[in-house]
Ligand binder design. Structure first.
Ligand SMILES: [Zn+2]
Length: 109
């Protein structure tokens, strides 16, 4: 399943976001591996958000809500309507990542 970047529309594989993207940051291998075991809330603590931002990723309330990604053109801004819609989906479904992924895919978000 794919979800799309709010800013540039690039498709991102859900598995990649949940399990692999963390290894693109400068966290140690052990720390990145430990990250994949954390709950959704802990995975987006400020320390991790900072690491992801340095690697080009910016997420909303879930790692499945890609607001910016490494493929974004410099200076591009997120689509405001899509941003609101995606935030609402994440808020409604909470920790249900499979649900978030399938709704976003269904709507091409
Ligand atoms: Zn992007």
């Amino acid at each position: 399943m794919d979800v799309h970047c709010t800013t540039c529309g690039e498709p991102w594989d859900v598995y990649h976001l949940r399990h692999d993207a963390i290894f693109e940051t400068d966290l140690s291998h052990d720390e990145a591996k430990a990250w994949t075991e954390l709950s959704q809330a802990l995975r987006l603590r400020p320390r991790y958000r900072e690491k992801f931002r340095a690697a080009g990723y910016e997420f909303g309330g879930s790692v499945l809500n890609v607001i910016r990604c490494p493929a974004c053109p410099k200076g591009a801004v997120p689509d405001p309507d899509t941003a609101v819609l995606k935030a609402t989906i994440v808020e409604m479904l909470g920790d249900d990542e499979d649900g978030i992924a399938s709704i976003m895919e269904e709507h091409g978000l």
